[in-house]
Design a protein. Sequence first.
Length: 187
Amino acid sequence: MDGEDLYKPAGGTAVADKPAPPPAAGAARPPRPPANTNLTWTASEYIEHQRGASWYFMLAVITAALAGGTYFLTKDYFAIAAIVIVGIIVGVFARRKPRELSYELNNDGLRVGEKIYSYSLFKSFAIVRDGQLNSVQLLPIKRFMPPISAYFSAADEEKIVDTIGQYLPYEERQLDVIDRLSRRLRF
C-alpha cells in the first residue's frame, strides 16, 4: 500500500482506454493557426437616410395618434407621456448624423473605434448586402448580446472574409424583419 494512489485504479478505466471519437459533422472547426493579419478601413457607423420635413410631420402625426388612442382606451397620463417622449427621442436620433469609425481586423479580433471584440465572443459571421453598402455581421454566442456590424466597401470584401474566415465559420444570412422595417421607415 505504500506509495500507491488510492484514488487511481491500477488497471485503468474503460473510458480512458477508448480513443476519443472524431468530431461530429457540423461541430465547430478547430481554429487555424493565425496568419499575421492587420486590415484597417474607415466607414460610416450606419447607413444615413435622407429625411425631409414630411418624414418628421408623419412622425408627429403617428405619435399624436398613438397618444390619443391610448388616452381614449386607458385614460393613463403616464402612458401618454411615455409615447410622446419616445416620439421626441426618435425624432432627435433621426437627426443624428452617423460617425466615421475606424475598423481594424487583427489576430485579437475586430476593433471598432476604441472597442475590441475578441473572436471568442462570436459563433459565426455573415456578409449582409444592403443597397449601396455591405456589412460584416459578427453573430454572438451570448443570447442577449447584439450582433456587431461593420460596413465596408465592396473592394475590401474578399480580404475581410478571408481574414475573419480564419477564426469564425461563415453563415449565410439576410436582413432580419426589424432591419428591413427600419430600412423601409428610413430609420
